[in-house]
Design a protein around this ligand. Structure first.
Ligand SMILES: Nc1ncnc2c1ncn2[C@@H]1O[C@H](COP(=O)(O)OP(=O)(O)OP(=O)(O)O)[C@@H](O)[C@H]1O
Length: 351
């Protein structure tokens, strides 16, 4: 097991840059997600890791080996990286066991060893009883599990996933997330997982690289990205919450309730302003009539949406900005109420 380093990676197609100076250090056995909106360069990065695309600049290092640089390009088959694609990429005319064993056949591994490893891989993804079926006789989730089994028969150091759940329905996605978690635990492989779905990345990964327009916006654990996003774009991309425009304040710090209420009151479009993030769980409804000592803001209810376990309440502040809060009970549209904002996180403006 070795560390995987992306060192100042650049990639251009026909002179058009699509990955711009990406640097990441991925520790052995880590589960890393590359997360970002469509077109931000995630798949291109994965394809460079796999060796399908050369890099335009920078280098990819695995342990002591340089896999890609301006001068060097180790071919895909010599990288010993497993791969799982959105489209499964199974051979339709081959049985499940032949699909799973195909990489071993290419490596000219003998039949007895091949059968042993196929059996083990099918056990990991719980498809032992489906070994003789054709892909067309399987569900989408089962096909993806065949692809998963195939990716691990060669006992790779690194497994690359390109949006593996994108074709599956919501229910099946949850089950497959569990399969991936178990797969990671059992194999200990380093995983690089491309997705545009933030909840998938948050629930699976140890570290997430959030990308936008070919650049790294932030690298951190799911908890760090949620609690301390770098800028307004990322705050809007990860989790739910409200970005408020307030009186100017230093970025990248927590703001307590009293200071936050003061900054909101001090907001004026004529002055220099800052953005702060308020998460819905930090908003508390208070009864200002019975507890006058409580510092609170008057708001009006703009929208109330039933979400099963709770209501999403959209509130409007005095200055016209909106806030998302949660409530256990429904609230009347246009009614006035008071809230206390427990804390906020101040954001950098986007460059
Ligand atoms: N072979 C290619 N030739 C020219 N342009 C390409 C090529 N491959 C990708 N691109 C461009 O590079 C940019 C990044 O594409 P990429 O597929 O890496 O994005 P992505 O983040 O994976 O998007 P999605 O989530 O939609 O798959 C896009 O603008 C795309 O059009």
């Amino acid at each position: 097991m070795a560390r995987l380093i992306l060192d100042n990676i650049h990639k251009s197609f026909h002179g058009e840059p699509v990955v711009k100076g990406l640097s990441l250090t991925i520790e052995p056995g880590e589960f890393v997600a590359l997360l970002g909106p469509s077109g931000c360069g995630k798949s291109t990065i994965l394809r460079m890791l796999a060796g399908f695309e050369p890099v335009s600049g920078g280098q990819i290092i695995h342990g002591a080996d340089c896999l890609s640089s301006a001068r060097q390009h180790v071919p895909t088959e010599d990288r010993n990286f497993g791969m799982v694609f959105q489209s499964y990429a199974l051979w339709p005319h081959m049985s499940v066991k032949d699909n799973v064993g195909y990489p071993l056949k290419v490596q000219k591994i003998n039949v007895a060893e091949r059968n042993k490893r196929i059996q083990e891989a099918l056990e990991i993804v719980q498809l032992e009883d489906y070994a003789d079926r054709l892909p067309a006789q399987l569900s989408g989730g089962q096909r993806q599990r065949v692809a998963l089994a195939r990716s691990l028969v060669t006992e790779p150091d690194v497994v690359l996933f390109d949006e593996p759940l994108a074709n599956l329905d919501r229910h099946l996605r949850a089950t497959m997330e569990e399969t991936f978690r178990a797969f990671h635990k059992r194999t200990g492989a380093t995983i690089v997982y491309v997705t545009h779905d933030q909840s998938e990345a948050m629930s699976l990964a140890d570290h997430i690289a959030v990308l936008n327009k070919g650049q790294l916006v932030q690298w951190g654990t799911p908890q760090e990205l949620y609690a301390t996003p770098k800028n307004t774009w990322l705050a809007n991309f990860i989790g739910r919450g409200s970005v408020l425009n307030v009186e100017a304040v230093e970025p990248q710090q927590y703001i307590n309730s009293a200071d936050l209420h003061r900054l909101i009151a001090g907001y004026s479009p004529q002055k220099i302003t800052s953005n702060v993030l308020v998460r819905p769980q930090d908003i508390v409804f208070v009864d200002a009539s019975t507890d006058a000592s409580l510092d609170s803001l008057e708001v009006s209810v703009r929208n109330c949406i039933f979400r099963g376990e709770r209501y999403d309440i959209e509130l409007t502040l005095d200055n016209g900005q909106t806030l998302l809060a949660y409530s256990d009970v429904p609230m009347t549209l246009s009614s006035k109420c008071h809230v206390r904002l427990g804390q906020a996180w101040s954001l950098e403006s986007e460059s």
